[in-house]
Ligand binder design. Structure first.
Ligand code: SF4
Ligand code: SF4
Length: 422
């Protein structure tokens, strides 16, 4: 099938009989000089991903995914009482806590709903201020990048990288939530630079996965991202340059973050960073502000994942693959034409909706998920990341298995004060 946006009109909602459009093999350059260091193995049949095929959007149009539990799961993002039950980690208190974490993101999503937009999830995020009429002169892209990073860190960014725009990671089509239909991708042209920002999720709360309590860490990570992006985007537009902010909309974040030198792709299909492991939430800003680029790096994370299967072994529904990266697609939620570790999102999402909340067991058990709350712990983690990237990676794995407690903590443990009370 060829790209034909007009064929998916608002009067033609998505369904199994009217599935998302495929634009076919990508017509732009499929290779980039940075691919090797990024560990991107792009194949000739590479296709850009259609956002309508992601598992959350399939929960709205694909009868194979839709169910009452899925509807309740979406409703539970706004109401704490939907899935609350008399079980530690899933009580009304835990769900209320989780909802509090999501507030910043929910406010962002809701503000443009009346205009037919779902900012941050289906559509890019409208920046608070408009673009100033006059551009502030920029001394050099290098100096501006340093200043921008300083600004972003003050506004909450814990990691930040800058790279060039790469349309391979842009969704080929967006989702029209008003009509449950496909709509054309709509990122303005000329935004040549991409800024990737990451904020951390709380280490102790993650230890309680699976639970609604733990879902607070994810929600609050998103909310921090939403606030940081708005502030950084407002700064850029105030300087007279355009900024389009993006959370789960517009483009895939992990490959962009890898290109910006922030980390590598893990077996669990998440970004693993050398500073905070997989315990980060990332967002991005597309801009025409002149900026210098960071370069991708390797830390030996792929090689470590090859000897470590802990996430695959711990995943309750078996959604994470053992073995090496593959171009095999398990269902339409996997991207075509790229050899990498992908997960079975159908199994993963079913587990989430059965719980009534999200899951992050694969983050909890990942050896790169380390407590970095003190100077000494940070130092140890840096040493461990270095060791895991050498030929002594089996020793690094052994150290983790032997000395780091990765068992689930009861959510009641966190409510009693967590490690601070131990
Ligand atoms: S989030 Fe949970 S269910 Fe999904 S892949 Fe990770 S461990 Fe498996
Ligand atoms: S648990 Fe092990 S295999 Fe899975 S992502 Fe983390 S390091 Fe890689």
């Amino acid at each position: 099938m060829t790209n034909n946006d007009a064929s998916k009109s608002a009067a033609n909602p998505l369904s199994i009989d009217n599935p998302p459009t495929s634009e076919g093999p990508y017509q732009g350059p499929i290779h980039d000089p940075r691919d090797e260091v990024c560990n991107f193995e792009i194949l000739d049949n590479f296709e850009r991903f259609n956002k309508n095929n992601d598992i959350y959007n399939r929960g709205r149009w694909d009868e194979r995914i839709m169910s009452k539990k899925v509807i309740d799961w979406f409703r539970g993002m706004y109401r704490p009482d939907i899935a609350a039950r008399n079980r530690d980690g899933y009580t009304a208190k835990d769900f209320a806590f989780r909802l509090g974490g999501w507030v910043g993101t929910n406010l962002l999503i809701e503000r443009n709903i009346k205009n037919g937009r779902v900012d941050g999830y289906q559509d890019d995020i409208e920046i608070y201020s408009s673009v100033a009429k006059h551009k502030v002169e920029i001394e050099s892209p290098e100096i501006m990048s340093e200043e921008l990073k300083r600004v972003a860190k003050l506004f909450g960014a814990e990691i930040i990288g800058i790279t060039s725009q790469d349309e391979r990671w842009h969704y080929s089509h967006w989702y029209d939530a008003d009509h449950n239909a496909e709509k054309p991708a709509n990122l303005p042209e000329g935004l040549v630079n991409t800024i990737i920002i990451g904020t951390t999720m709380d280490h102790d709360i993650i230890k309680t996965y699976p639970s609604a309590t733990a879902g607070t860490a994810v929600g609050y990570g998103y909310s921090k991202d939403a606030s940081t992006m708005q502030a950084v985007g407002t700064f850029i537009q105030g300087m007279g340059y355009r900024a389009v902010a993006s959370l789960n909309d517009t483009a895939q974040k992990v490959p962009y973050a890898i290109q910006a030198g922030l980390g590598e792709n893990g077996r669990h299909s998440m970004l693993i960073t050398p500073e905070f492991g997989p315990r980060v939430r990332i967002c991005q800003i597309f801009t025409d502000m002149p900026l210098a680029h960071d370069q991708p790096k390797r830390w030996g994370i792929k090689e470590f994942c090859e000897i470590c299967n802990r996430c695959a072994q711990a995943c309750p529904p078996g959604a994470i693959q053992e073995g090496g990266p593959t171009d095999q697609t398990l269902n339409i939620s996997n991207q075509i034409g790229i050899r990498k570790w992908s997960i079975n999102n159908e199994k993963c999402f079913k587990f989430w909706t059965n719980q009534g909340t999200d899951c992050g067991i694969c983050i909890r058990v990942c050896p790169y998920n380390m407590d970095t709350s003190t100077w000494l712990k940070k130092k140890y983690f840096r040493f461990w990341v270095w060791l895991a990237g050498t030929h002594f990676r089996r020793l690094a794995l052994w150290l983790d298995v032997k000395f780091i407690d990765r068992e689930r903590k009861e959510p009641a443990w966190w409510w009693r004060g967590g490690k601070d009370a131990e």
